[in-house]
Design a protein. Structure first.
Length: 377
C-alpha cells in the first residue's frame, strides 16, 4: 500500500474521513510501500488491517471472514483480530467471496495475458485509451487487476477494489504501476470519499450482487460532478446465440451449491470437451494460410491459445457464482434515468453483454422534473 491511497479512503462503517495509519512492516530499502499495518478510523475506532500490502477496508459484518484466509497474519498481530460483529455475512455473499477467491487465487496460472487484458477493457467500455490520461478513477470489482493495469498504462491513477482475495493477485499484477492502488472492500459499503474520482467502471461485477441496481447507485457518490461511470453486465435477451449458450444456465440450478473443488473439476471436464470440439481444431486451422481469419469468426475460437488452466478459470466463472442476474436494455435504461445521469446510453457490445454509461451532472438539480432520454443500441 502507498500512503497516497489514504487520500481516497474513508471509513466504510461511519463514513468518517479522518483515518490514521500505523505501519508495522514496509518494503525497506527506501521504498515506503506498506506491507503490514493498520488503518484506524478517528471517529468510530474501527480498525482495518493491511495484509500483504493491501488494506482490508471491509465493513464490520464482513471483517471476520479475514480470519479464515489470513490466520498467520492474525497470529502475529492478535490485537487486529476482528471483533464486535453482531452478525456475519449473508450466506450467498459469503459463498460469493469464497468462490471468487478460489477462482482468482487457486486457479491463477500466473500467466499475464497483457494484450488480452487491453482488448477486454476497450471492448467493454465505449472510450479509447486517451480517455484515461491524467484522470483519477476507480475499478469496482477489479478481480486480478487486468483492467486496472491498462487504465494505469493509459495514464490514469486508479484505485482497484474487490471483495475477494483476488486483491492479492491484483496487487502483484500492478506492482510495477506507481499510480495503481488496491483495496479490499464491499460495493455496498464503499470505503471511498464522496466526489473523489473522475471516472469509475465496473466490468462483469454488478450482475453477481443481490441487488445490482443498488450496487450501481452506491458507486455514484464517489464520482465527481461531471465524472463518468461505465458498467458492463450480462444479458441474454438480444445477445448472440453462442454467447447465451456460453452461460450454461442449464447447469446453474446445481453447480453454485457444489464445493469449489467440485466446481473446478466440472469446469475442467467442460474445458476438456471444448478443447476437443473447438480449441484444438482452431489451433490446427490457424496454422493454414488465412487460418487466423477463419478462427476469428469461430465462437470462442479466440481462446484457443490460452493455457488450459485459464480455460478452466473461464468456465468456473460461469458456473460458480451463487447469484447471477441477466439484464435487459429497458431495465438498465431505468437505472440511468433513476440516477439522473446525462449523456446516458445502454450499448449492446457485439451481442456479448450490455455496457451502461452516463455522466454525473454538474448541478444535481439542473434537470429536476425534466425527461431524460437514454440511448439504447
Amino acid at each position: 500500500m502507498k500512503k497516497r491511497l489514504l487520500d481516497f479512503l474513508r471509513c466504510p462503517d461511519c463514513h468518517h474521513e479522518k483515518l490514521d495509519l500505523a505501519i508495522r512492516l514496509d518494503a525497506g530499502n527506501g521504498d515506503r510501500t506498506i506491507i503490514e499495518g493498520e488503518i484506524r478510523c478517528g471517529e468510530c475506532g474501527s480498525r482495518f488491517p493491511i495484509i500483504n500490502g493491501v488494506p482490508r477496508m471491509l465493513p464490520v459484518s464482513l471483517r471476520p471472514m479475514l480470519l479464515s484466509f489470513h490466520r498467520e497474519f492474525f497470529e502475529r498481530h492478535p490485537d487486529l483480530i476482528p471483533r464486535g460483529a453482531d452478525t456475519g455475512p449473508n450466506e450467498k455473499v459469503a459463498r460469493t467471496v469464497e468462490g471468487f477467491s478460489y477462482q482468482h487465487v487457486k486457479l491463477d496460472d500466473q500467466r499475464r495475458e497483457i494484450d488480452r487484458w487491453r482488448k477486454n477493457l476497450l471492448s467493454a467500455i465505449p472510450v479509447g485509451p486517451e480517455f484515461f490520461e491524467g484522470k483519477t478513477g476507480a475499478d469496482i470489482g477489479c478481480g486480478t487487476g487486468r483492467h486496472l493495469y491498462w487504465a494505469h498504462e493509459s495514464g490514469a491513477e486508479v484505485v482497484g477494489l474487490d471483495l475477494s482475495e483476488g486483491v492479492a493477485v491484483a496487487s502483484t499484477n500492478t506492482a510495477t504501476c506507481p499510480r495503481c492502488h488496491v483495496v479490499q472492500g464491499d460495493i455496498h459499503h464503499l470505503p471511498f470519499k464522496n466526489s473523489v474520482f473522475e471516472f469509475a467502471y465496473s466490468i462483469g461485477v454488478l450482475h453477481h450482487l443481490p441487488d445490482p441496481k443498488e450496487g450501481f447507485r452506491r458507486i455514484l457518490p464517489s464520482i465527481k460532478p461531471g465524472g463518468r461511470i461505465f458498467v458492463w453486465v450480462y444479458g441474454l435477451s438480444g445477445m448472440r446465440l453462442w454467447y447465451r449458450l456460453s452461460h450454461m444456465t442449464w447447469l446453474r440450478g446445481i453447480t453454485p451449491h457444489l464445493p469449489a473443488w467440485t466446481q473446478s473439476l466440472v469446469s475442467a471436464l467442460i474445458a476438456a470437451f471444448l478443447e476437443i470440439l473447438i480449441w484444438l481444431p482452431c489451433r490446427m486451422v490457424s496454422l493454414l494460410p488465412g487460418g487466423k481469419r477463419i478462427v476469428a469468426r469461430v465462437p470462442l475460437g479466440d481462446a484457443c491459445r490460452r493455457s488450459f488452466r485459464a480455460k478452466i478459470r473461464s468456465v468456473f466463472d460461469r458456473i460458480n457464482p451463487p447469484l447471477t442476474h441477466y439484464h435487459t436494455a429497458e431495465e438498465l435504461a431505468g437505472w440511468l434515468r433513476d440516477a439522473g445521469l446525462t449523456n446516458a446510453s445502454v450499448l449492446n457490445r457485439d451481442g456479448r453483454g450490455w455496457t451502461v454509461t452516463g455522466v454525473k451532472e454538474q448541478e444535481p438539480d439542473l434537470m429536476k422534473g425534466q425527461d431524460r432520454n437514454v440511448a439504447t443500441r
